[in-house]
Design a protein around this ligand. Structure first.
Ligand SMILES: C[S@@+](CC[C@H](N)C(=O)[O-])C[C@H]1O[C@@H](n2cnc3c(N)ncnc32)[C@H](O)[C@@H]1O
Length: 251
């Protein structure tokens, strides 16, 4: 999600500062290990900023509309939520699910999510884990992730989609929500190991994060090429995707 502060103070980057990393050899050719420090800084940002994370949800009408859209999505059965953050989406998932398991690496956001879901209609099981290392111990009917895909470096996307596929039971669906290119108001950083932006917290501290603004068409084509069935629609500058992984008899 693009924080309100970033939207309000949109920076104009001069030509050449670039909206994307300009290293030679496309992202898929890079060693994914190059981005370890960037991913650690991204996590540090969410840990340090946990207390201010919810502000855009209070301030931005389109985020509330997006949250409400969950009620029309095919969330069902046992649900796995990846990068659950402060649990903005978790109670809505719990209202539609048989069970919810919510994973995030930051203890600080998980504490807020636990408090937010204390009275949810279903008990939520929280797991603190690094999604780039964690492997699902079982399968789920729905794997949901909001504002996470844009934080996955392109070189790690194939592995991420494989993890999602491995987490889905037969007939299960991945459902994802994120910023589209129309929401690309960020302080974009050049020459990073993955597309990246600079985020600032209230105390003035600054952190690099991964930020990939997927457009619906390219994301659809990429997933289709990997054998997934996918539908993506745009909603107020964001996108909502519903995808099913390849089955053994589809290839
Ligand atoms: C943009 S927030 C999304 C939170 C929530 N899904 C939402 O939409 O409000 C990204 C989340 O990813 C989590 N995160 C960052 N790095 C992670 C990692 N390596 N493994 C698991 N979670 C991570 C952060 O703690 C943060 O809660």
């Amino acid at each position: 999600m693009v924080p309100a502060a970033v939207l309000q103070t949109r920076l104009t980057l001069s030509e050449g500062e670039g909206r994307r990393c300009s290293r030679p050899g496309g992202p898929e050719e890079r060693n994914p290990m190059d981005d370890d420090a960037l991913l650690a800084e991204q996590l540090a940002y969410y840990r340090a900023g946990a207390a201010q994370y919810d502000r855009p949800y209070a301030e931005r009408e389109e985020l509330r509309e997006l949250l409400a859209a969950v009620d029309g999505l095919p969330v069902a059965g046992d649900v796995l939520e990846l990068a659950c953050g402060t649990g903005q989406w978790t109670p809505r998932l719990a209202a539609r699910a048989r069970s919810v398991t919510a994973v995030d690496a930051a203890a600080e956001v998980l504490d807020l999510a636990r408090a937010r879901t204390a009275s949810a209609s279903r008990a939520v099981r929280f797991v603190q884990a690094d999604l780039f290392a964690w492997r699902p111990p079982r399968r789920y009917d729905t794997v949901f992730f909001a504002f996470w895909l844009s934080h996955v470096p392109p070189a790690r996307l194939p592995g991420f989609w494989d993890t999602v596929a491995a987490a889905l039971a037969p007939g299960g669906k991945a459902i994802f929500v994120d910023d589209g290119p129309a929401a690309a108001e960020e302080e974009v950083l050049a020459d990073q190991p993955a597309p990246a932006a600079l985020r600032r917290l209230d105390d003035g501290s600054r952190y690099r994060i991964v930020k990939v603004f997927h457009d619906a068409r390219t994301l659809t084509d990429d997933l289709t090429a990997r054998g997934w069935s996918v539908r993506i629609r745009t909603v107020a500058g964001n996108y909502i995707g519903i995808a099913e992984p390849p089955t053994a008899d589809s290839g």
